[in-house]
Design a protein around this ligand. Structure first.
Ligand code: ATP
Length: 226
């Protein structure tokens, strides 16, 4: 029997203190599809992204990747499983280490798994090119580049391990129109060529309609099921 090809949050419940934010939510993102996640502010979209990105352990329920259940969070998850899901957040300033150059920001996940330095340099150059970071920008640290340039570096970093699933949490919201279009185009191309599964959260309905194959409504009033 072939294993399922999806990233699955299965009957996931998450609470902060006594407040239940996600109550038995099931959402799946298949390989080779782009799914939009929609819902009112505060309904738990970002929380679900953190659960799917293996950054937050649900109180109940489980995440599985292509049929393999994931136990633990962050570094407790084996590296070959952890690197299959990447996430791009809204604010590159909050996500990026201010001490690192853009090149080192992109390279860090590769160095963390002891990739040979020649391979690191090659891959960083390839990705910087893909996201449109010029040589003069690559040596700069976050304070010396714009939000759009920094988000390009964060996208390159997110793609560095060639993830099968990419989660985009309002990833283009802070960008000007042309950077937004370019970042979205890079993600779309990546999705097609890699046959990746992509989850998109955006308050921009036009962008969601244009970008996604289907939309899941995550309403805090009722458990969402797809
Ligand atoms: N670490 C936390 N500790 C306590 N409460 C939290 C935490 N993270 C989120 N919350 C609360 O959980 C609820 C859901 O937050 P979440 O960010 O997942 O919603 P969202 O749907 O992504 O919202 P938005 O569309 O406004 O970004 C909110 O009420 C938020 O205040």
């Amino acid at each position: 029997m072939t294993s399922p090809q999806h990233l699955l949050a299965d009957e996931v419940t998450v609470g902060y203190g006594r407040r239940v934010v996600l109550d038995g939510v099931t959402v799946r993102v298949g390989r080779n599809e782009t799914v939009g996640l929609r819902g009112p502010s505060g309904c738990g979209k970002s929380t679900l992204v953190r659960v799917l990105a293996l950054l937050h352990r649900p109180d109940h329920g489980q995440v599985s990747i292509d049929g393999t259940p994931v136990h633990g969070v962050r570094y407790a998850v084996p590296v070959d499983l952890r690197t299959r899901v990447a996430v791009l957040f809204q604010s590159p300033r909050a996500a990026a280490d201010p001490r690192l150059s853009l090149d080192d920001l992109i390279a860090e996940p590769l160095r963390a798994v002891r990739t040979p330095e020649s391979t690191v340099r090659e891959r960083v150059a390839e990705l910087a090119d893909l996201v449109g970071l010029t040589a003069d920008l690559r040596g700069r640290r976050p304070h010396a580049v714009s939000d759009g340039q920094l988000q390009r570096a964060c996208l390159a970093r997110a793609l560095v391990h060639r993830p099968d699933y990419l989660l985009c949490d309002e990833a283009t919201a802070m960008l000007d129109a042309s950077t937004q279009a370019h970042v979205a185009a890079v993600i779309r191309d990546y999705q097609r060529t890699r046959r990746a599964g992509v989850l998109v959260i955006s308050h921009d309905q036009t962008l969601m309609d244009r970008w996604t194959d289907r939309i899941v409504d995550l309403d805090s009033r009722a458990p969402a099921r797809t």
